[in-house]
Design a protein around this ligand. Structure first.
Ligand SMILES: [Mn+2]
Length: 317
């Protein structure tokens, strides 16, 4: 038996929100981040409080249709490594009219690493034996509406906590699922309405493009191997803005120890001799400075917060 709890995370409604959710027939909990943390970190907070077997993420501006939930849960029950999305119907942001979406589109992306809907290709129709009710394997998901086995979510490594505010996390999770042995599906028997807005309602401290490029560059660096070069070719600003490197499994030493609550000391009673050499005995494929800069940039990105700007100012390469 699967137990599901839904959690909302909202910024600025204050008391009113608590009062409203207390009137709902389904037991609902409000969690607050202390400061604005962005969509990814807010979701991680929600996920941490899930006590059921399945985490189901839904944007606030969604409306579920009858029978939306069972087809999602039954797929996960069959194989816990299946991550599932409903068909996302359109709710007009103008009139709130409900418009059923096509079951003939799936998720893709362009080289700016924007999520895009594309027509389901013939090969996927053939794989499904022409049955339009059977689960559709989709390369990527829109991100606002999906269900995942809770333990599997953490086995995959959850979200990349280094992403800010909004954007890129849907492709990141899609690539994560496919590259870590999971399957990402759209379940045509499950429909949920979503208000698609013309313009983003969010503010982006430091500028939209800075944040979106930052997040997308993390996706490219972590998941795309040499294909990331297409992203940088199409988005030279991203290449400048950030990084020859990011994140997930960085192996720092000293800063790591201090920042994670440890201490690093020199013990004055202990002496060990060490041969210091005039030049390094190692070879650096691709060039010394390329590799050293790469490693140092990771250090700066992961541990130095806004101080990383000093590093980039002094090391423009
Ligand atoms: Mn949304």
């Amino acid at each position: 038996m699967l137990i599901l709890r839904l959690h909302f995370i909202v910024d600025h409604l204050g008391r009113q929100l608590e009062e409203y959710v207390a009137t709902l027939p389904v037991k609902t909990k409000v969690l607050r981040t202390e400061k604005r943390s962005g969509l990814i970190r807010a979701r991680l907070l929600g996920a941490k409080h899930v006590t059921g077997k399945v985490i189901l993420f839904l944007d606030a501006h969604c409306e579920c249709t009858e029978g939306w939930l069972e087809p999602l849960l039954s797929r996960i029950a069959m194989d816990r490594r299946t991550v599932v999305c409903p068909i996302i119907d359109v709710i007009s942001d103008d009139t709130f009219e409900y418009i059923a979406a096509s079951d003939m589109t799936w998720g893709g992306f362009n080289w700016k690493l924007n999520f895009r809907w594309y027509r389901v290709p013939q090969r996927e129709m053939e794989r499904r034996g022409g049955d339009r009710t059977s689960p559709l394997r989709t390369p990527t998901m829109a991100g606002g509406l999906f269900a995942i086995d809770r333990d599997y979510f953490y086995e995959l490594g959850a979200y990349d906590e280094g992403m800010d505010i909004w954007g890129g996390e849907n492709l990141e999770m899609s690539f994560r699922v496919w590259q870590c042995g999971g399957v990402l599906e759209i379940i045509p028997c499950s429909h949920v309405g979503h208000v698609f807005r013309d313009k983003s309602p969010y503010t982006f401290p430091g500028g939209v493009s800075r944040i979106v490029l930052h997040n997308a560059a993390r996706v490219a660096e972590v998941w795309m191997d040499e294909w990331r070069d297409f992203y940088y070719a199409m988005n030279p600003a991203a290449a400048l803005l950030i990084i020859k490197a990011v994140v997930l499994f960085a192996n720092q030493l000293m800063i790591d120890v201090w920042m994670c609550g440890g201490r690093l000391e020199i013990s004055t009673c202990s002496h060990v001799g060490h041969v210091f050499r005039k030049s390094t005995p190692y070879s650096f494929p691709g060039g010394t400075s390329k590799i050293v800069n790469h490693n140092n940039a990771r250090l700066a990105e992961v541990w130095l917060d806004e101080w990383k700007e000093f590093y980039y100012a002094i090391n423009p390469g």
